[in-house]
Design a protein around this ligand. Structure first.
Ligand SMILES: C[S@@+](CC[C@H](N)C(=O)[O-])C[C@H]1O[C@@H](n2cnc3c(N)ncnc32)[C@H](O)[C@@H]1O
Length: 415
């Protein structure tokens, strides 16, 4: 790198000027990434949490809020993956423009030099060749800024950084964010027993919302594994803030308003409501069923949610009508394609026999499911599980011929 490049005077973006002018306590710009397909629901959720200028874009939602609003979204959002504070944005042509943008920010006013950092880069249609180099230049800019202000620089920790800095670049503009969440928000701090292919909690909450499930309706997950749907549903029913069991990145910010945060947490604890709900689960694998039970126990919900060991093909419906939400094993990830191709054709019949009157939702990336199940999906909602394109299939189950005959036989007086 040449010195001339380093000395180039950058243009300072407006949001940088805002942060410098001490407007830290006024309205700030934020971005919440979320699983793709949940943007509209997240926008609704954020508006409900008091966010302003809410604008959904593919992969997340922009909004404006003050710090209280930022804390509130971290504590209460069931759908956001993170809450990122936008500290700068600028048009760019090369890495030097991005270096200049990052170099000009008062990082030392936001966090201590003793805290470790990591820079994450996400690029869409960027002409720049190496994202690693971009991350390196941004990290250098942060460290150079600290060195100029304090004479020392923060260390990098790629595994467990105190401060996460996110750079988003598209074809012409770059946006720099400081992560106010820390660990992603789908880590609710509720699960002890983990699985190989877990469903992220915010995706599970979004699926429950897309299914239109209401706490008054019975909910059943017949392939519950570690119990993600069950735990999310119970938290919704009890109005438990999803962030009550964890810590957040903003707690390490220099201007962290601890008294305000304590008040918000104690308010959230106070609103937990007592409600009656009927949520239950099952899993064929006794180890998985046990895992689900242990997670419910850890969340003090074991007395209220029952998990049985059973096959979806012959488990009985826990109520006359209700909502079934589940994500079957996915062949690509768990290497079980063959057994699934045998399972699906029997599933349609099993549902017709035992779950007539239920709305059933299957979340899967397996294209064979809708082909083989033998039921007509009433809705298919595209949703992404990370990079994996999936669908949420809705089946409104009515009793089939076989099921009706059996029901009639069962009702008939003994001869
Ligand atoms: C993708 S995992 C579900 C993960 C779950 N949503 C979670 O949060 O951990 C699929 C689950 O289906 C279970 N399973 C597979 N075949 C089944 C069957 N015939 N009946 C019931 N459960 C089954 C597996 O044991 C596994 O736990």
């Amino acid at each position: 790198m040449t010195l001339t490049r380093l000395r180039r005077v950058p243009t300072v973006p407006t949001s940088v000027l805002n942060a410098r002018a001490g407007l830290y306590l006024g309205p700030q710009e934020f971005f919440c990434p979320c699983p793709r397909g949940l943007e509209a629901l997240l926008a609704e959720e954020l508006s409900g949490l008091g966010a302003a200028s809410v604008e959904p874009v593919p992969g997340g939602v922009h909004f404006v809020a003050d710090w209280r609003g930022c804390y509130r979204v971290n504590l209460w959002s069931r759908l956001a993956t993170r809450v990122l504070w936008r500290v700068a944005h600028c048009p760019y042509r090369n890495e030097d423009d991005i270096y200049a943008m990052a170099r000009n920010l008062p990082w030392h006013e936001w966090f201590s030099v003793e805290q470790t950092i990591r820079v994450y880069v996400t690029a869409i249609r960027s002409p720049l060749k190496s994202l690693e180099f971009l991350a390196l230049r941004t990290k250098d800019a942060v460290c150079d800024g600290f060195r100029a202000a304090l004479g020392k620089r923060p260390s990098v920790d790629t595994a467990n950084p105190d401060m996460r800095i996110h750079l988003f670049v598209d074809d012409r503009s770059a946006m720099l964010y400081l992560d106010t969440s820390g660990e992603p928000l789908y880590k609710r701090g509720l699960k002890r027993a983990r699985v190989e292919a877990p469903l992220k909690e915010n995706l599970a909450a979004g699926i429950l919302m897309l299914a239109g499930w209401k706490p008054e309706e019975p909910l059943f997950d017949p392939m519950c594994g570690s119990g993600t749907f069950l735990l999310e549903a119970a938290q919704i029913a009890l109005d438990i803030a999803p962030g009550l069991g964890r810590n957040f990145g903003f707690e390490r910010f220099r201007r962290f308003d601890q008294p305000l945060w304590r008040l918000m947490v104690s308010d959230a604890r106070a609103v937990k409501r007592e409600s009656v709900f009927q949520i239950s689960g099952a899993d064929l694998d006794p180890v998985e069923a046990d895992r689900g039970r242990r997670n419910l126990q850890y969340a003090s919900l074991d007395g209220r949610i029952r998990v049985v060991q059973a096959d979806i093909l012959n488990v009985n419906a826990p109520a006359e009508s209700g909502v079934m939400v589940t994500n079957p094993p996915y062949g690509v990830r768990l290497g079980e394609q063959k057994s699934l191709d045998l399972l699906y054709p029997k599933l349609g019949d099993a549902l017709k026999q035992r779950f007539a009157g239920w709305r059933c939702y299957f979340f899967s990336g397996d294209e064979n499911l809708p082909k083989l199940i033998g039921l007509k999906a009433t809705k298919r909602t595209p949703l992404y599980n990370g990079a994996l394109e999936c669908r949420l299939y809705e089946y409104r189950v009515v009793a089939g011929k076989l099921a009706k005959r059996r029901a009639a036989e069962a009702d008939a007086p003994p001869k």
